[in-house]
Ligand binder design. Structure first.
Ligand code: EPZ
Length: 417
């Protein structure tokens, strides 16, 4: 079992090229099922979740290859509409294949994604929307049998909550459905915009992505294209939080600062200084960091839930008290125990965490609990005095492409054993 070993206390200095976005590459890989022609996806991160998506595509009968950071998909030979149980367990976000398989095959059988480390992962919003588009769904023993007896047709859909996954599934089902689909209260995340841009590059007719209302006019067929995946805004936030916690200055390249506005505002409140151009951010940590009075996770463009654990780690040694409220997921404080074991002063009650800044953290042996929780432990280890050992790092490898190499390149003392 691999682990990361960190000797804390080194300042970070240098330049990092930010990897492509996992949460854009996954839905776009699913969307490639709809395209008649080869798809070239550039700037794909080398992550276990991306490999899992390629396995699902291959299992469905597509030809899928990953060379370096380019994934090529040819869905011409697709001969199945079933996503087996083991894929649903391996990656809960496999649910984003549902809309694309329905759009291509008219039927889909897949396991129920079930709960995960963040709490229950319901898909009621996905299923309600698809039913309005003509999908019949029968659940038996945790398996969903979806059919479209009269074909997929457009519908007016209002989402009770701006769910990212539900918005993606509706987009994927709507682009080749009969007629027009309108999504109101749609998710506005940059990854939704990236998916819409990819689909439009393949011939889809979509308007309004990035706003709360998206309108899709179904077309008969999508064609192939070459597309470059957007930068990963959460990975960018992770490297900035690492610099904030460990001290030093970083310049991030291939990053879209406008996607991180709510996160950069928090770093400014923490007294860090930064300047941004179209595709780079220069960042100077403050010493000492200042606590942020309150931090509340919200759907985009609010402060993202995926950055909550990451900023919490950076706030452990900030001067003052921060109250974090996690409004998106039920159980997203599982990284707190590890941070407390490293000397942080954090108390949680339900969806609220109170962080009292301490002078310093000390290294410890900790276990990653989930993707962003694991990243939080990485950040804490970089600023802790002494050695930190992180196990269960498969969680981190789901979202970070060679994190130890990236951090070593800017001065961190970290190895994977
Ligand atoms: C996506 O998950 C991301 N995953 C998550 O990133 C991210 O945290 C989340 O969006 C919020 O931004 C991918 O893109 C692969 P949601 P998703 O549907 O689509 C509830 C990471 O670390 N809900 O917006 O699952 C749900 O329980 C991952 O990269 C319903 O109640 O998020 C949650 O409380 C973690 N019913 C809230 O909405 C539904 O049908 C947000 O879920 C769907 C969701």
């Amino acid at each position: 079992m691999q682990k990361l070993v960190i000797q804390g206390g080194r300042h970070l200095e240098g330049e990092i090229i930010v990897q492509g976005a996992k949460n854009s590459a996954l839905p776009i890989a699913a969307a490639s099922l709809l395209c008649d022609g080869e798809i070239w996806l550039e700037n794909c991160p080398r992550l276990s979740d991306v490999y899992a998506a390629c396995r699902i595509l291959t299992n469905l009968g597509c030809r899928c290859r990953m060379q370096e950071h380019t994934v090529t998909v040819d869905a011409h030979g697709m001969d199945s509409s079933e996503i087996p149980e083991q894929f649903m367990c391996e990656m809960r976000s496999s649910i984003i294949f549902l809309g694309a398989v329905l759009g291509r095959m008219g039927t889909c059988t897949l396991g129920y994604p079930g709960g995960c480390e963040l709490g229950p992962r319901p898909i009621n919003l996905h299923l309600q929307a698809l039913r309005r588009m003509g999908v019949k769904i029968h659940e038996e023993n945790g398996i969903l049998h979806c059919t479209t007896p009269n074909g997929l047709h457009g519908a007016r859909i209002h989402l009770q909550f701006p769910s990212v996954g539900a918005t993606e599934n509706i987009l994927l089902a709507a682009v080749t459905a009969k007629g027009e689909t309108t999504i109101s209260n749609a998710a506005r995340e940059p990854e939704i915009i990236d998916l819409a841009r990819f689909l439009r590059a393949c011939g889809a007719q979509i308007a309004g992505e990035g706003t709360g209302t998206i309108v899709i006019r179904g077309v008969k067929q999508l064609h192939g294209c070459t597309y470059r995946i957007m930068p990963d805004r959460i990975v960018a936030a992770t490297w900035l939080a690492a610099a904030a916690a460990a001290g030093g200055e970083l310049s991030l390249r291939c990053v879209s600062a406008s996607d991180l506005e709510s996160i950069l505002a928090v770093f400014e409140e923490m007294n860090c200084r930064m300047s941004a151009s179209a595709d780079s951010i220069c960042f100077h940590a403050a010493a000492p960091l200042r606590a942020v009075r309150t931090l509340k996770t919200m759907p985009y463009p609010g402060f993202p839930t995926d950055a909550q654990a990451i900023l919490m780690a950076a706030l452990c040694c900030a001067a003052g008290t921060t109250v974090i409220e996690e409004t998106i997921f039920e159980n997203r404080f599982r990284h707190v125990d590890a941070l407390v074991k490293m000397g942080a002063d954090i108390r949680t009650a339900g969806r609220v965490a109170v962080i009292n800044g301490v002078r310093s953290l000390h290294g410890a042996a900790v276990e990653a609990t989930d993707l962003r929780g694991g990243a939080a432990m990485l950040i804490a280890g970089l600023c802790a005095a002494g050695e930190t050992i992180i196990t269960e790092i498969h969680h981190i490898d789901r979202g970070y492409d060679s994190p130890e190499q990236v951090l070593r390149s800017v001065g961190a003392e970290i190895i994977r054993v």
